[in-house]
Design a protein around this ligand. Structure first.
Ligand code: G3D
Ligand code: MG
Length: 216
């Protein structure tokens, strides 16, 4: 009887853990976002923005949601550190890719890196949200502008590829194009917290859905 009840209890209180990678160029606001998520969801607040130093290595933060624990991994975004990102791909259940919507100069560099993430085989089929951060900056690009900028960059890149490789584009491009059509872009301000709960909710729902699919 005890085993039956404790088994039932465990079943009811079971919390599945999911890893969410927070990726993006350095200075995009990844660590600020992680600390804001911790502050919004945990009893002990995360670091305030003025205490955040550039990330060397990784930062982690766990939040508890109904029957779910989301474990966020903020990996450093500098060029050298980006080389270790793929080591985390195997165990990742969702990706939040952060761009600095106020930094037009580095957007293209950000798309190159984004494209590398998208084309990693382990990431295909993993829920992915693109976060247009720093929406509090008056001159920042809107979600619509970010989406268009990415689309234009992507199409230009496709044309360049086609020019180099002939009219037949590589088959590896197809999933990327499909994914672009269903790409979810959300505007946030990691500093002010605007849009952050919406982004976390989206990730929560998407990892729940993928669990239900894999339960059957
Ligand atoms: P990273 O972890 O992606 O490298 P950080 O980025 O979280 O360290 O943030 C880089 C800089 O951007 C920091 O400014 C941080 O305060 C700022 N930042 C992050 N998110 C926002 C935001 O939503 N709005 C605004 N206005 N700024 C943001 P400093 O000046 O410390 O370098
Ligand atoms: Mg950082």
């Amino acid at each position: 009887m005890y085993h039956l009840l404790s088994g039932l209890y465990q079943q009811l209180t079971r919390k599945d853990e999911y890893n969410v990678l927070i990726l993006g160029l350095d200075n995009a606001g990844k660590t600020t976002l992680l600390e804001k998520i911790k502050t919004l969801y945990n009893p002990t607040p995360g670091l305030p923005p003025d205490k955040i130093a550039p990330t060397v290595g990784q930062n982690m933060g766990k939040i508890t949601l109904p029957s779910t624990i989301l474990q966020f991994w903020d990996l450093g975004g500098q060029r050298d550190i980006r080389l270790i990102w793929p080591r985390y791909y195997d165990d990742c259940h969702a990706v939040a890719y952060v761009v600095d919507a106020a930094d037009r100069e580095r957007l293209e560099e950000g798309w190159e890196v984004f494209e590398n993430v998208l084309s990693a085989p382990q990431i295909l089929g993993v829920p992915l949200i693109l976060l247009a951060n720093k929406q509090d900056v008056p001159d920042s690009m809107t979600v619509e502008e970010i989406r268009n900028h990415y689309e234009e960059w992507f199409q230009r890149r496709q044309r360049e590829h086609a020019a180099e490789m002939g009219p037949v584009s590589p088959t590896s491009e197809v999933p990327t194009a499909e994914r672009m059509a269903s790409l979810n872009v959300q505007g946030i301000s990691a500093i002010e917290g605007t849009g952050v709960r919406d982004a976390v909710n989206w990730l929560f729902i998407r990892v729940q859905n993928s669990r239900q699919r894999s339960d059957h």
